[in-house]
Structure formats: structure tokens, C-alpha cells
Design a protein around this ligand. Structure first.
Ligand SMILES: [Zn+2]
Length: 236
């Protein structure tokens, strides 16, 4: 299968990274990370770092994450924290989904603490549907089947009730924690506002695992829009 992870920012993949790693165990799978924005506001508490430099740092960090999963990485280049729905960004995403021949994709939940995330979820649902529509033209030919969508866990407080659990073993959780730390700049930023981000992700997976009766887990919610509903068995 061809599995895409579509997020607003570099480092948003933490809540699905264990699942992406589990897909990686099957060499027949291809993985793609897409970020809608360039991450240039990522040095959140140090405005002395030029925005362009911040974007370059985050690009390098995201590329090292993708490399660790033998995945491709595409950045659609919108301005961080100012992502708007537009014809241009939709066409870029439709083309990326077509070129990768996407079967299933993971994206944000539809309501979130960051509007870039929510808009990404909205654009992604539209792009998935349009990816089969031949009259919406991009460089690559239209897909024959609409890519299926799973929304990613966003935690409590946003109306997200996860329904589909993916079990993670100790090896996957250790890799997930190690790989998310490749976002060195973001690890530092998040340390200023809360607990260690990698430790927090491991704790979240342990809590979800306890709920499902397994060591660790990640949780998802299928998109229920017509044609975009993933079938059972598309998760690893
Ligand atoms: Zn984000």
C-alpha cells in the first residue's frame, strides 16, 4: 500500500509515527510525509533567528525523520501559521496524492487548537475526493480510487473520539521516541511550554494501550465522508 501522512507542520507526525513505523515493517509499503507549511515560525520563542533559517532547520529535521522511515518528504511551502485554503494549495496536494498513487492517508482531526491543522484536514478531504476527478487537471493522471482517510488523535478537548486502535510493541515505541527527537529544535521549543514531547508521546501511547489492553497504542478515527471511508484491514 501507499501510505501518506499529511500534516500542517514538521513534527505533527508524533501521534501517528508508531503506526507509520509499523507499516514500514512490510517492505511492500511505500510511505510519504507531506507538510503543508514551511514551518518558518518554528523558533517560537526566539525571533532573532531569521524565518528562512528556521524553515531550513525544520526542513532538515523533517527530512531526517522521513529518512529514518525510508519515506519520501514533500513540503507544499505555505507560510507557517497562515495556511489558507486556496486553489493553488489544493492543486499541489491533489498532484502529490496522485503522483504517489495514495491508497490511504492520515491527517489532522477537523477541529483542533491550531487553525493550520484544521484547514489541513479540510483541504485534505477535498483533495482526496478531487484526486479521482479527471476534469481537475494536474501533471499526474487522476487516481482510480479515492484515497481513504484516517484522522489522527488530537487528545482530549476537541471532540475527537478515537475508534481504531493500532497496537505498538516495545520496539516500535522506542523507535518512535528516538525518531521524534530528530526534531531537535521543536523538542527545545516544547520544553519551554510543557513536558518533554517524546516522553509525552510515549505516555499517551501507554494510556491508549491500557484502554485497549495492549502495551502501547495509537488511535485514529476514520473519515466518514462518502468514498473516503477506509475499509477494515487498512491499518497495520
Ligand atoms: Zn502543528
Amino acid at each position: 500500500m501507499n501510505i501518506a501522512h499529511i500534516a500542517a507542520h514538521q513534527d505533527d507526525e508524533g501521534f501517528a509515527l508508531g503506526t507509520m513505523l509499523k507499516y514500514r515493517r512490510d517492505p511492500g509499503n511505500s510511505l510519504l510525509f507531506i507538510c503543508m507549511t514551511n514551518g518558518d515560525k518554528g523558533m517560537s520563542f526566539d525571533p532573532s533567528i531569521p524565518l528562512q533559517e528556521a524553515a531550513e532547520i525544520r526542513d532538515r529535521e523533517m527530512r531526517s525523520v522521513a529518512e529514518a522511515l525510508q519515506a519520501e518528504y514533500i513540503c507544499l511551502g505555505a507560510e507557517d501559521e497562515f495556511l489558507f485554503d486556496s486553489k493553488e494549495i489544493r492543486l499541489k496536494l491533489i498532484e502529490a496524492l496522485r503522483a504517489f498513487k495514495t491508497d490511504v492517508l492520515f491527517t489532522h482531526w477537523t477541529q483542533d487548537y491550531n487553525l493550520d491543522h484544521s484547514i489541513t484536514a479540510t483541504i485534505t478531504a477535498q483533495a482526496a475526493m478531487n484526486s479521482i476527478i479527471a476534469s481537475v487537471q494536474t501533471e499526474s493522471p487522476p487516481l482510480s480510487v479515492t484515497p481513504k482517510i484516517f484522522h489522527i488523535d488530537v487528545g482530549e478537548g476537541y471532540g475527537f473520539e478515537g475508534t481504531h486502535f493500532v497496537e505498538l510493541d516495545q520496539e516500535l515505541i522506542d523507535k518512535k521516541a528516538r525518531i521524534i527527537r530528530l526534531h531537535e529544535s521543536q523538542m527545545q521549543v516544547m520544553r519551554k511550554i510543557g513536558p518533554d514531547f517524546a516522553d509525552m508521546l510515549v505516555q499517551r501511547s501507554a494510556d491508549l494501550g491500557r484502554r485497549a489492553g495492549v502495551p502501547y497504542a495509537e488511535v485514529f478515527r476514520p473519515c466518514l465522508l462518502d468514498r473516503r471511508i477506509p475499509l477494515a484491514g487498512m491499518l497495520p
